[in-house]
Write a protein that binds this ligand. Structure first.
Ligand SMILES: Nc1ncnc2c1ncn2[C@@H]1O[C@H](COP(=O)(O)OP(=O)(O)OP(=O)(O)O)[C@@H](O)[C@H]1O
Ligand SMILES: [Mg+2]
Length: 275
């Protein structure tokens, strides 16, 4: 059974402990990653600081004009190479690819984004984000059959073949569904879904699929994408999604023991590695 691991791109994720743990897992894996922090850093270094916009419903997102898309492609490309390097040097045949390549991920472009500026709604047209609606399961299975460990950067192709910035959590959810994964793990820089985002001790341990709305109500900001990704993964046949802390000594092992937030079916009681 293939295990999908989404490695967050937020500040503080991706050290040796995570790579050691990722390399140690025996099951076939697919790694999907983010790159928000690296993108913000690169944009600042290029003297084009990141800008964020708020939608009429109150969601904040990165303004992604063409220049930002290209910075995102560079930054996530670097994150991808670092993960590949880390896994290769630990004996795993990691193979880095973005979701754009070969239309591994495809979905519609959100070409017009509504944003509120000084109380007025504007339509932003030069936007290059999308919704990764479809993952190519055949291509993914082929990588696995060849003994490769795919490491996937969060870009996608629009139906016209345009490069799009997509959310890594939602990309991972589609990938998990496309390969019939049982479990998807989302490693990030908080212990899981928190009832109060400012209080790390307020961890919500388990959310059955029937209570996802409760989880959606608790999630603010960028955590919303994880809950949305979890909903999409469960709808796609994945049995459970575990949102867990990447900063632990054995982040993946602990996530597979249920340390974090389990959405969907609980993990079976087991002491060893997952099937
Ligand atoms: N209820 C909540 N519980 C936990 N975290 C929350 C909650 N609401 C908002 N957050 C925020 O969500 C953030 C995690 O999402 P973020 O997108 O920043 O990381 P990531 O997905 O790991 O990185 P990337 O998007 O680059 O892959 C946390 O750092 C926290 O600030
Ligand atoms: Mg995120």
């Amino acid at each position: 059974m293939t295990l999908i691991v989404k490695v967050g791109g937020a500040n503080g994720i991706g050290g040796d402990q995570l790579l050691d743990d990722l390399a140690r897992q025996g099951a076939p894996r697919i790694v999907v990653h983010g790159g928000s922090d690296e993108t913000t850093r690169l944009q600042a270094a290029l003297n084009r600081p990141a800008r964020f916009v708020t939608s009429p419903s109150g969601h904040t997102s990165r303004r992604t004009d063409r220049e930002t898309l290209e910075a995102f492609a560079m930054a996530t490309g670097l994150v991808n190479r670092r993960l590949v390097e880390g896994l290769l040097s630990r004996g795993r045949r990691a193979f880095g690819v973005s979701g754009l390549d070969g239309r591994l991920l495809e979905g519609p472009r959100k070409s017009a984004v509504r944003a509120v500026v000084d109380g007025r709604t504007h339509i932003l047209r030069d936007e290059w984000t999308g919704n990764p609606k479809h993952a190519d399961g055949n291509l993914l299975r082929e990588f696995l059959r060849l003994g490769l460990l795919p490491v996937i950067a969060p870009l996608a192709a629009s139906p016209r073949g345009e490069m799009l910035n997509v959310d890594g959590d939602r990309a991972a959810a589609r990938i998990a569904g496309a390969v019939g994964a049982e479990t998807m793990v989302i490693l990030t820089n908080v212990p899981g879904l928190l009832a109060d985002a400012r209080d790390e001790s307020s961890l919500i341990g388990h959310v059955p699929e029937s209570e996802l709305e409760r989880a959606e109500a608790a999630a603010e900001g960028r955590m919303r994408k994880k809950v949305l990704g979890a909903r999409e993964a469960l709808a796609g046949g994945v049995r459970r999604v575990v949102i867990a802390d990447a900063r632990r000594e054995r982040p993946l092992t602990d996530a597979l023991r249920g340390i974090g937030t389990v959405l969907g079916e609980p993990l079976e009681e087991r002491t060893g590695a997952p099937a």
